[in-house]
Design a protein around this ligand. Structure first.
Ligand code: BES
Ligand code: MN
Ligand code: ZN
Length: 467
C-alpha cells in the first residue's frame, strides 16, 4: 500500500494511534454548516473566525489557534453542490503537517481530490508542492483510491511528456513497461510490416516520420474471460501533415496521444484490480509528419476492413489509424470495444474541454456509462451516431471519404467514420477526449489529464466482473 502510493508520492499516510492523535482536524464546511461545526469552539476562537471574516466560501481556508497559539483545527470551505474533488485544494494550500478530514458527504471523492491535487509533473523540473500529509478518512477504500490516483497520474505524465521524449518508440516502451509489471504480453507490428500484415492506413499516416509507425497490441488475463478491447489514438505529434496546422493549433499537439495514454491508464486500473476479463489494448502509435513520402490530400487508401478511403485532409489522421485498429480488434469479436481519441476540435466546440462526448448505439451501455460518470464525478456526455449524416462522408470515386466538405457536426461525422470499421454485433463505445486541463483545477494542474477512465472502469467492473 505505502509503496504503491509512494510511486506518485500520494499525500496519505497509514493511520497509527500517535499520528491520529497529533493530526490536525480539517473541518469541511459550507456557509450553512459553519455555525454547527464550530459550536463547541472557545469564544475566542469564534471571535477569530468572525474577525477574519471567514464565511466558508468554496476553497477558503482558515487556521484556528488554541489558547497557546498553536493551530487546533483548519476550516475548509467546500460547496456541497460542486464536486468533492475540490478538496484537492488542501493538497497544495495547507502548510506542512499531518491532517485528518472531518466531513459529511463523499469522502472517497474528497480523498481522491487530495491525492490528485498533490500531483505535479516533475520530469524536467521540481515543482512547488506542499508536504501536507493526510490520514485517510474513515470508510475510504484505499486500494481504490491508490488505483484511481496512480492511473490518473500515469496518464497525465504520458500526455505532458513532449514528443522528443515520447514518440512512437517511447510510447511502445511505456506499454512494454506496463505489461512487464502485470505479466501481460506485447506484440508490435512496425514499419513496412504494417503493409505486409494489412494495416495500410496506419502505415500511410505514420510513414513520413523518422520514428516508424507501429501497432501496439497488449494482451492480459485469462483467455476464457470476457474479451474487453481498448483502442487508443496514439498520434505522438500531429503537425496536420501536408495540410499543415497553423502554429497556434499545432502548439499542443504532443497531447494527440491522449487517447492512448487514457486507455493505458484504464488498463493499469483493470490489471491492478485483477478484474476477471481478457484485456486487450491496441494502440496505433504514429507521428503525423511532413516529408517527401507523406500521404496527400486526394490519395485513396486501402484499409484493413477492405473499403477504399479518399483522403480529404491529412489533418484528419486520427480516424484513419483508428479505423485499421478497430477493424483488427473487431476480428476476434470482443464483448466490448472502447476507443478513446483526441479526435476532433469540433467536440471541444460542442462541449468544451472538460466534458468529453461519447458515442454508442447500445442504449444500456450508454445509460451505464452516463450513470457511472455522474456518480464518480468523471463527467461524460452522450452524443448521437446520427446515421443520416453518413451521406456527408460520401466520395465520388472511393467507398468513402474520411471527412465531410462542410463544418457541421464534426465530432458526429468522425464517430460515424469510425463506425464503418466496427461490426454491427460488437458493443462499441467511442470517446472523443481533450486529454488536457487548460486551466488549473483544485485537483489538477495545467497539463495532461485523464478523462472518463474511472467511469469506464466502473462500467467494465459492473458488467463483466460482478461489481
Ligand atoms: N488531433 C486533432 C484534433 C484536435 C485538435 C483535438 C485540437 C484536440 C484539440 C485531429 O487530428 C484533427 O486535426 N482534426 C481535425 C479534423 C478536420 C481536418 C476534419 C479538426 O478537428 O480540425
Ligand atoms: Mn490532425
Ligand atoms: Zn490528431
Amino acid at each position: 500500500m505505502e509503496k504503491r502510493m509512494d510511486r506518485y508520492k500520494l499525500p496519505f499516510v497509514t493511520a497509527t494511534k500517535s499520528r491520529s492523535k497529533k493530526a490536525v482536524p480539517v473541518l469541511v464546511v459550507d456557509d450553512k454548516s459553519l455555525a454547527k461545526a464550530t459550536q463547541e469552539f472557545l469564544p475566542a476562537q469564534k471571535k477569530w473566525i468572525s474577525t477574519n471574516g471567514y464565511a466558508a466560501r468554496p476553497g477558503d481556508i482558515l487556521a484556528v489557534p488554541d489558547e497557546k497559539g498553536t493551530v487546533s483545527s483548519i476550516l475548509f470551505g467546500l460547496d456541497a453542490n460542486a464536486t468533492p474533488l475540490n478538496a484537492g485544494a488542501l493538497a497544495s494550500k495547507l502548510p506542512d503537517g499531518c491532517y485528518r478530514l472531518v466531513m459529511e458527504g463523499d469522502r472517497q471523492l474528497a480523498a481522491l481530490g487530495i491525492a490528485l491535487g498533490a500531483y505535479r509533473f516533475t520530469r524536467y523540473r521540481e515543482q512547488k508542492r506542499s508536504n501536507a500529509e493526510f490520514i485517510p478518512p474513515d470508510g475510504v477504500d484505499l486500494e481504490r483510491l491508490a488505483r484511481e490516483a496512480e492511473a490518473t497520474c500515469f496518464t497525465r505524465d504520458l500526455i505532458s511528456t513532449p514528443t522528443n521524449d515520447l514518440g512512437p518508440g517511447e510510447l511502445e516502451a511505456a506499454m512494454r513497461k506496463l505489461a512487464a509489471r502485470f505479466k501481460a504480453t506485447v506484440h508490435v507490428t512496425r514499419g513496412d510490416d504494417l503493409l505486409k500484415k494489412n494495416f495500410p492506413m496506419i502505415h500511410a499516416v505514420g510513414r513520413a516520420s523518422a520514428s516508424a509507425p507501429r501497432l501496439l497490441d497488449m494482451k492480459w488475463g485469462n483467455a476464457r474471460h470476457p474479451k474487453i478491447t481498448l483502442v487508443g489514438k496514439g498520434v505522438c505529434f500531429d503537425t496536420g501533415g501536408l495540410n499543415i496546422k497553423p502554429g497556434s493549433s499545432m502548439a499542443l499537439m504532443k497531447k494527440d496521444m491522449g487517447g492512448a495514454a487514457n486507455v493505458l491508464g484504464l488498463a493499469m486500473m483493470i490489471m491492478t484490480a485483477k478484474l476477471p476479463v481478457r484485456l486487450r489494448v491496441l494502440i496505433p502509435a504514429v507521428e503525423n509528419s511532413i516529408s517527401g513520402n507523406a500521404f496527400r490530400p486526394g490519395d485513396i487508401l486501402p484499409s484493413r476492413k477492405g473499403i477504399t478511403v479518399e483522403i480529404g485532409n491529412t489533418d484528419a489522421e486520427g480516424r484513419l489509424v483508428l479505423g485499421d485498429a478497430l477493424a483488427f480488434g473487431d476480428e476476434e469479436k470482443p464483448q466490448l470495444m472502447v476507443d478513446m481519441a483526441t479526435l476532433t476540435g469540433a467536440a471541444r466546440v460542442a462541449l468544451g474541454p472538460d466534458l468529453p462526448p461519447f458515442f454508442t448505439d447500445d442504449e444500456s451501455l450508454a445509460d451505464a456509462l452516463s450513470t457511472a460518470g455522474a456518480e464518480l464525478h468523471d463527467p461524460l456526455w452522450r452524443m448521437p451516431l446520427w446515421k443520416p449524416y453518413n451521406t456527408m462522408l460520401s466520395s465520388r470515386i472511393a467507398d468513402t471519404n474520411h471527412i465531410t466538405s462542410g463544418a457541421f457536426a464534426g465530432s458526429v461525422t468522425a464517430a460515424l467514420f469510425l463506425q464503418k470499421f466496427v461490426g454491427q454485433q460488437t458493443p462499441w463505445i467511442h470517446l472523443d477526449v481533450f486529454g488536457w486541463m487548460p486551466t488549473a483545477k483544485p485537483w489538477c494542474p495545467v497539463g495532461g489529464e485523464a478523462q472518463g477512465i474511472r467511469a469506464l472502469y466502473q462500467l467494465i467492473a459492473e458488467r463483466f466482473a460482478g461489481g
